[in-house]
Design a binder for this molecule. Structure first.
Ligand code: 4NP
Length: 160
């Protein structure tokens, strides 16, 4: 079982988009039982408000025919670092904030999503840009590259 946690600032725009894009890619390869995939925030305010997925993310996932369930924002906790194998952030600031919460990345589990692509950089926050199309393009490119990396790393996802 490969356990993946996608993380962004609010856990209502980018990381839930990545969670459901990646779940669909994994399902298309018939590998759903080999993965546990979730998402979380670095900030706690949306958890306190019991905030669900942003309408911009819902609209884009629906347009792209990617199924999603209800998801409520939750803040990453130190125990997530122990439980998950990969903690995948959207930008540098997320990485700094994750490290503050979970402590040093002694097991090298924390990555930035686009670092798996040939264009390593941050994914801009549609909460501020309003551009969910751009977020989707970056997230789907990153998820595709991350899955390819995992399939190579883990001998076609056969790791226990
Ligand atoms: P996300 O975007 O990190 O992609 O989920 C944000 C969502 C909410 C807020 C900030 C960023 N906020 O300040 O509530």
């Amino acid at each position: 079982m490969i356990k993946v946690l996608f993380v962004c600032l609010g856990n209502i725009c980018r990381s839930p988009m990545a969670e459901f894009v990646f779940k669909q890619m994994v399902a298309e390869k018939g590998l759903s039982e080999k993965f546990y995939i979730d998402s979380a925030a670095t900030e706690g305010f949306n958890e306190m408000c019991h905030a669900g997925i942003h309408h911009g993310t819902r609209k884009k996932l629906t347009e792209m025919q990617i199924s999603f369930e209800e998801h409520y924002s939750r803040q990453i906790r130190p125990r997530d670092y122990v439980y998950f194998d990969y903690i995948i952030a959207m930008d540098d600031r997320n990485i700094d904030d994750i490290l503050e919460i979970v402590g040093p990345d002694t097991e090298r589990k924390i990555y930035r999503l686009l670092d798996f692509t040939d264009e390593p950089r941050n994914i801009r926050d549609p909460w501020y840009t309003g551009n969910f199309d751009e977020s989707y393009d970056d997230i789907s490119k990153g998820c595709r590259a991350f899955l390819e990396y995992l399939l190579k790393e883990n001998n076609d996802g056969k790791r226990d």
